[in-house]
Structure formats: C-alpha cells, structure tokens
Design a binder for this molecule. Structure first.
Ligand code: SAM
Length: 278
C-alpha cells in the first residue's frame, strides 16, 4: 500500500458563485472523489466550472457509514475533497466526524478556507469582533432560546447565531424581551442580490423584522449595549471589587453575585476574572 491520501476540506460559496476560491476549484478538479452533502447541488457548482470528478454523498444521515468508507479510500492513497451545501464544512454542516476520523488515523487534513456566513455577518454587523461566541443554530423551542439569550447576554460579549426564516421574528422578539438594549445586526441573504443588514438595538430590530415577510437565510449577531460591554471592566477591576466586598464582610459567593449584578456581567465572567487575577 502506498502513502496515505489527503482530505481537502473545501469551503464553497454561500450565495455568490464568484466566492469559490482558485484552490477549491483545483481541489475539486484533481481529487479522486468529491464527498458532498448534496451531490446534485455540488454537481451544479462543478459543471459551472467544467469539472467532472466523481461524487459521493456525505451528509448527516449517512456520515456514520460513509466516514469509514472514505477513510479506507484515503488510507489507500486517494485524495478526497469534502464540501457541504454552502460555506465551510463542519460549521453547522457535516464534516466534523470525517475530520476527526482522519486525525485519529493520522491522515492529513487540509482546510481550504473560504466563505462562511457567521464571519461574514459578524464583520458586516459593525459590532465588536475581538471576542465572540458562535452558537450555531438557535434552539427550536422558545424556552431554550430565552435561556440561551439570558446566558449569552449576561456573558457580555458578542455572539453569532444561525436562525431559520420561520423563527427569526419570534427569536428577535424574545431577545428584545430578555435584553431590549442589546445591539443587534440581522444579516440576510449575504453575498446575494437581496443582501441586507438591519442594525439597531434589540427592540428596534425586532419591531422592524416583525413587519417584514421572512425570506432567505439569516444570521443574527448580538452584542451588549455599549455601556455594559465587558471591555469596560478588566479582570483586575472585577477582582478588586470582589476583594473589597469580601473585606466588608461578604462571603466570596455573595461578593461575586453582587459584582456580577452591579457590572451587568455574568457570574462566570467574575469567576474567570478572579482566576486570571490570582
Ligand atoms: N456551513 C455554513 C457556513 O459556513 O456558514 C453554514 C451552513 S448552515 C446549514 C446554514 C445557515 O447558515 C442558514 O440557515 C443561515 O443561518 C446561514 N447562512 C448561510 N448562507 C447564508 C447567507 N447567504 N446569508 C445569511 N445567512 C446564511
């Protein structure tokens, strides 16, 4: 048996075909096989560039059986290009399992970067980008969404969510109820003809989106109201406040709770600040 092959993880456009990279086109052309979430969709992209590499399906429902088959081909020296329907495989899309299986078997994994809806929306939002959390798709159930919004807004940093068009208005309304003054950007149809970004506080954006027909694909980006951003409180300041309250007689738990409430940050944030400052 010759040397093991390579897995090429290929990002594809999220709307605008012009966003495919030269490296990805080359990978699709020269791979022995293309593993695609939806073979018909990827065939369309490939035909556009006159590429006729054989395709196999690799999606959420067959990855358990498909991954070992692809690993066998890779171990035999073949090059496999992995693509999802849009954007970067493994990000709210199939791919993770095959990547982990390759790593465990010592098979080389190369990522060919390109389009990704979360990062495109984050940058377009104009909200703080230096620290952020990607939460993927929001939970389908209202209660779980509200809890997530409570936790994330308390954490005091930017977060990015994918949401279906059918639930986007309801989710934004819930967000506004949890934190009306959070700063929000709703990015729709990124890189496409009807690309649109609605920006404002949570209440205003929820009201504007409620009045529109839900159409296309959406990313929601949320950041704390400017006055409550954690960037204004560094670790040392948070720790100092806890220690001061302790000196005043509060136990650590109470002191942490009070500091979190006063600074409008999560208890986790206070805990982390204490750890880092000790
Ligand atoms: N792997 C993809 C990536 O790298 O962004 C994400 C795939 S996930 C199944 C699809 C979700 O991504 C959509 O429901 C939407 O939230 C977001 N999305 C994808 N394309 C988009 C676009 N052109 N504009 C806005 N959101 C988009």
């Amino acid at each position: 048996m010759g040397a093991a092959g390579r897995l090429l993880v290929c990002a594809t456009p999220i709307g605008n075909l012009g966003d495919v990279t030269l490296r990805v086109l080359d990978a699709l052309r020269t791979a022995d096989v293309v593993a695609a979430e939806d073979t018909r969709r990827t065939r369309k992209l490939m035909s556009h560039y006159d590429i006729s590499t054989p395709l196999v399906s690799y999606h959420a429902r067959n990855e358990k059986v498909r991954s070992p088959q692809l690993i066998e081909r890779l171990a035999g020296g073949e090059t496999v290009a992995l693509v999802s329907d849009a954007g970067t495989p493994g990000i709210a899309d199939p791919g993770h399992r095959l990547i982990v299986d390759c790593i465990e078997r010592g098979i080389e994994v190369e990522v060919l970067p390109g389009a990704n809806a979360a990062l495109t929306a984050l940058v377009a939002s104009g909200l703080p980008t230096h620290v952020f959390t990607f939460v993927g798709f929001l939970p389908r159930r209202s209660g779980a969404r509200k809890r997530l919004f409570e936790d994330m807004t308390a954490a005091g940093r930017t977060f990015v969510c994918y949401e279906s068009p059918h639930r986007v208005a309801a989710s934004l309304e819930e967000l506004a109820q949890v934190s009306h003054d959070s700063r929000v950007a709703v990015a729709r149809e990124l890189t496409k003809v009807y690309e649109e970004v609605v920006r404002g506080d949570a209440r205003r954006v929820a009201d504007e989106i409620a009045g529109k027909e839900p159409k296309g694909e959406y990313v929601i980006v949320v950041a704390p109201a400017a006055s409550t951003s954690v960037t204004e409180h560094d670790d040392a300041e948070i720790a100092e406040r806890v220690l001061t309250l302790e000196k005043e007689g509060l136990d650590r738990k109470e002191a942490m709770r009070l500091v979190a409430r006063r600074l409008k940050v999560s208890r986790r944030r206070v805990y982390d600040a204490l750890l880092r400052s000790s």
